[in-house]
Design a protein around this ligand. Structure first.
Ligand SMILES: [Zn+2]
Ligand SMILES: [Zn+2]
Length: 145
C-alpha cells in the first residue's frame, strides 16, 4: 500500500491540486489526532505548534483527507463535521444520541462482513464507509418517561 502522502498526492493531482507544504502539514497533524476531533481542534493544535496554516485551509483539507480514505467523517447531530483517523482494519461504527449527543463506538464483525460483501458484489472497492445508528440512548429515553 502506498504511503498516506502518496495517496493524498494522487487524489490532489486528480483534482488538479498540488500537495503544498500547508496541505502536507495538515495531513501529518491530522493523522496524529486520537479519537474524534473537529476542524477547530486540529487548527488549535497546529497553531500551538506555530504552524502557519489558516483555519480555512484546515476546513478545506479535511474533506480531501476523507476522500483519500485517511480520515473518516463522523456526522454527529450538531451539524458540523467531526473526523477520526481511519485506521486500517479498525472500522468501528457509531451510535449517536440525538438528545444528549453521546457517541458510542461499536465494532461488529458481521456488519463489517456484510458491507465487504455488498462492495464485492457491486465490483466496488471499499475505501471507506460509515455506519451510524442515530437515535435515543437508554438514559435519555428513561428521562423522558
Ligand atoms: Zn442520550
Ligand atoms: Zn469513532
Amino acid at each position: 500500500m502506498d504511503s498516506p502522502e502518496a495517496r493524498f498526492e494522487e487524489l490532489l493531482l486528480a483534482k488538479g491540486l498540488r500537495l503544498t507544504p500547508q496541505r502536507k502539514r495538515i495531513m501529518a497533524e491530522a493523522l496524529t489526532m486520537g479519537g474524534h476531533f473537529e476542524a477547530e481542534d486540529l487548527h488549535d493544535r497546529l497553531r500551538k505548534k506555530k504552524s502557519r496554516v489558516s483555519r480555512a485551509s484546515v476546513y478545506r483539507t479535511l474533506p480531501l483527507l476523507v476522500e483519500t480514505g485517511l480520515l473518516r467523517e463522523v456526522e454527529f447531530v450538531d451539524r458540523h463535521a467531526h473526523y477520526e483517523v481511519s485506521a486500517p482494519g479498525d472500522s468501528h461504527a457509531h451510535l449517536i444520541c440525538t438528545s444528549c449527543r453521546a457517541v458510542i463506538e461499536f465494532r461488529h464483525a458481521s456488519v463489517e462482513r456484510a458491507l465487504a460483501e455488498v462492495a464485492r458484489s457491486h465490483d466496488f472497492e471499499d475505501v471507506t464507509h460509515k455506519v451510524e445508528i442515530v437515535g435515543l440512548c437508554g438514559k435519555c429515553r428513561r428521562q423522558m418517561k
